[in-house]
Design a protein around this ligand. Structure first.
Ligand SMILES: C[S@@+](CC[C@H](N)C(=O)[O-])C[C@H]1O[C@@H](n2cnc3c(N)ncnc32)[C@H](O)[C@@H]1O
Length: 261
């Protein structure tokens, strides 16, 4: 699998960075309700799947699908694992799910890592019942919008993006509406919010998950041929930016929902 952030600490990173309040707001906005059968595509270790489980209640069902066996096992072993959650290992382009199985198909922070988003969206539509909802959420500007941006951070980021190529799309979020429209989804709605806003020096809590994020990126770059010192220099420039009291970093989260005709 070519998921760039794949490493043994990825499930923990996602657990640490997940904002419960924002996630519940997004899930409610998607229209998930008690009794629904919901897909969580790209579920990682089930952090969001458990929140969906709370919303659908004991009369509903959640299916979490992810390519990583390791993260799925981490989800199944979670102390708050709910009876209503089932995990399946599988590929976004060939979902292990039946046609029309779900009332709501949800996916967040997956499309930015997919180089064939149209095909992945077609799969989400296939497994959603007629009249059901497909909801996808992703970022615009992830890791790349900074001000003021030092020369070393700017050039390091540009080279990192070239290295990652089509394994990472930092503009996936703003492309979702058009994808949904072209795929023939109806009643499309878009929610846009600021995300990853770090104004001035980063807080210790945010620092902890950004450190894991930057380590994950460095790991991905080393696997693609960067030397230890070159990857460390980018992490250093990025960390300096985040720690600085006179800089800011931000991105935007797009959440798009549409009804399967
Ligand atoms: C950033 S995590 C998403 C976390 C979670 N959905 C959330 O909202 O925080 C991306 C997940 O997508 C999975 N993934 C990436 N490419 C995939 C593919 N082609 N098929 C299935 N899962 C994939 C990765 O294994 C990873 O667990």
């Amino acid at each position: 699998m070519s998921y760039i952030m794949d490493n043994p600490r990825e499930g923990d990173r996602i657990e640490l960075k997940t904002d419960r309040r924002l996630t519940l707001e997004q899930l409610c906005w998607s229209g998930i309700k008690p009794g629904d059968t919901v897909l969580d595509m790209g579920c990682a270790a089930g952090t969001t799947s458990r929140m969906i489980g709370e919303l659908v209640g004991p009369g509903g069902r959640v299916v979490g699908i992810d390519a990583s066996r390791e993260r799925i096992e981490q989800g199944m072993a979670h102390p708050e694992q709910l009876q209503s959650i089932e995990y399946r290992q599988g590929d976004a382009y060939l979902l292990p799910a039946a046609d029309g199985e779900f009332d709501v198909s949800w996916s967040r922070f997956l499309f930015e890592y997919l180089n064939r988003p149209r095909e992945a969206l077609a799969e989400l539509i296939r497994v959603t019942r007629t009249g059901g909802t497909v909801c996808v959420s992703d970022l615009d500007g992830n890791c790349i919008w900074h001000h003021p941006c030092s020369g070393s951070l700017r050039s390091g980021l540009a080279e990192a993006l070239r290295t990652l190529g089509d394994s990472f799309n930092p503009h996936a979020g703003k492309q979702l509406y058009t994808l949904f429209h072209e795929a023939g989804l109806r009643d499309i709605k878009v929610d846009i919010r600021p995300y990853h806003t770090i104004i001035g020096a980063i807080s210790p809590r945010e620092q902890a998950h950004w450190q894991l994020k930057l380590e994950g990126v460095a790991h991905a770059l080393r696997r693609r041929g960067w030397s230890e010192s070159k990857a460390a220099a980018l992490v250093y420039a990025f960390s300096e930016h985040l720690r600085s009291p006179d800089t800011m970093t931000y991105s935007v989260i797009f959440t798009v929902k549409g009804v399967r005709a």
